[in-house]
Design a protein around this ligand. Structure first.
Ligand SMILES: NC(=O)c1ccc[n+]([C@@H]2O[C@H](COP(=O)([O-])OP(=O)(O)OC[C@H]3O[C@@H](n4cnc5c(N)ncnc54)[C@H](OP(=O)(O)O)[C@@H]3O)[C@@H](O)[C@H]2O)c1
Length: 305
């Protein structure tokens, strides 16, 4: 399938989870030409250029920009950071992809969409927009591959638990006794890269992605303890206190509503999910929490010798 045309990767500079940035690296490693779309010209864009990508700057909310960056590409990874205007970006991408004639559009979604219906949505506008985005892409008739990961280790557990683990050996989240099976974006990116490298067998499919185990937060804390060789414990804090902390940290309201909904769903057992998607698509087991924390030990305050 169009071996010599560049593969477009949006959201390629990377921020929280950095799926796009990792996908770019993996495709380049495979010797495939990549057009990496970034939001702005900065050090991250320069690093992508050094790695060998064709870097293009543009706004996914500007139809003319999207047309410019998609033109000439037949395979596209579409993902961007959590945004109140996510649906608009998806619809713009769909309109352009139809016009330009894309052969494979790999769409980043969320696993919560698997539990959503017209009658049963969630209070997170981000999750609703992913649900609507999937609907829109289905109506578009485009050759779509849908990626539905559960919560990210890099994009959630690293930024939201590292400070308290570093300072107080404590994971503080309003997750109650609910189980969770977070997935590494490194693994999500490996799945996306595998699909983009050879999309034909995957067209029309939906891939749910989780880590290798679903466990409650006390068990998660034990994974941290084993990785860091010091006792880490879990405190089930109140949702109100957590929301106050998120506000104090200056996070946007849209993201706070999304995070608070994630916590509510986690508490209700809705993140108790398992899928073998990562292993099935890449031939390698998904990374465990213990492996992830070991890999990022310094950010969690270091491993005791
Ligand atoms: N975090 C989780 O636990 C989780 C779980 C499942 C699914 N997801 C989904 O994963 C996606 C996020 O993936 P990620 O964490 O890999 O993303 P990310 O690294 O946080 O963001 C990717 C890039 O999107 C760019 N971007 C934002 N607005 C843009 C615009 N208008 N035009 C062009 N680029 C724009 C950002 O550029 P700048 O940095 O320059 O602003 C950023 O570098 C979302 O769809 C989210 O719903 C997340």
């Amino acid at each position: 399938m169009d071996e010599h045309q560049s593969i477009l990767v949006t959201g390629a500079a990377g921020q929280l989870g950095a799926v796009g940035r990792t996908v770019t690296g993996l495709l380049l490693e495979r010797g495939l030409p990549v057009r990496a779309m970034v939001h702005r010209e900065d050090d991250r864009a320069a690093a992508l250029r050094v790695a060998g990508a064709e870097v293009v700057v543009g706004d996914l909310l500007e139809p003319a920009d999207v047309y410019r960056v998609v033109s000439g590409c037949r395979r596209v990874y579409f993902g961007m950071s959590v945004s109140a205007r996510y649906l608009e970006a998806t619809v713009t991408m769909a309109a352009v992809a139809r016009e330009v004639g894309v052969n494979a559009l790999v769409n980043m979604s969320q696993m919560t969409v698997s539990q959503m219906t017209i009658q049963n949505t969630t209070p997170s506008l981000q999750q609703r927009q992913h649900w609507l985005s999937e609907q829109t892409l289905a109506w578009s008739g485009l050759p779509v591959v849908t990626i539905r990961p559960t919560v990210f280790l890099e994009g959630f557990f690293l930024p939201l638990t590292a400070p308290s683990v570093r300072d107080r050996d404590h994971i503080e989240l309003p997750f109650g006794k609910g189980k969770t099976s977070p997935v590494a974006t490194a693994d999500v990116a490996r799945v996306v890269a595998a699909v983009l490298a050879e999309p034909t067998p995957h067209l029309g499919r939906i891939y749910e992605l989780t880590g290798p185990q679903s466990q409650d937060m006390d068990a998660v804390a034990r994974e941290y303890s084993a990785a860091l060789n010091r006792e880490v414990t879990y405190s089930d804090i109140s949702a109100e206190d957590w929301e106050r902390e998120l506000k104090k940290a200056g996070l946007p309201e849209h993201l706070i509503r999304h995070l608070v909904t994630m916590a509510e769903l986690n508490r209700a057992g809705r993140y108790d999910r398992m899928s073998n998607g990562v292993e099935r698509l890449t031939g390698r087991k998904a990374m465990s929490i213990r492996e992830f924390v070991s890999l990022h030990a310094d950010e969690f305050g270091g491993r005791r010798s």
